[in-house]
Ligand binder design. Sequence first.
Ligand SMILES: [Zn+2]
Length: 141
Amino acid sequence: MSLDSSSYFHYAKHSLYLLNDLQYIPIKEDVAYSDTISSACGCPVCTHVTLNDLRFKEPKYRSILLEIHNYVAIDNLFKYAYRHSGSPHQLRQALLRINNRTREIDLIYNTLCAIEPFRNIDVSDEFLDRLYADLIGRKRR
Ligand SMILES: [Zn+2]
């Protein structure tokens, strides 16, 4: 899965219901769903509509309802991540509590660890010149 600013729309367009860990459930007319799935979400859609209700909505109407739900699911995950973003380790632990995709989480963790030393540094031209000279061994052009 990947995420960008239009993910909520694209997942809805393909009738995919995002869970709070951003895994998804395809909504199909010939599949019965547990009502506990949507009742676990507190969004404006799920407080009124179950996944079984969504199955039989007109595709356009279902897509709009899924857009709203998916937007809230993504927003909630990012708010959760932000609350636990004090350090790469803290974020890794928080993500592992809600998702078991250790490979992807470790990729995020390793990336954050690589950029962590730059967190409180003013990345000025002078800083970049010094860093470049230290790493490359000559002046930056
Ligand atoms: Zn919802």
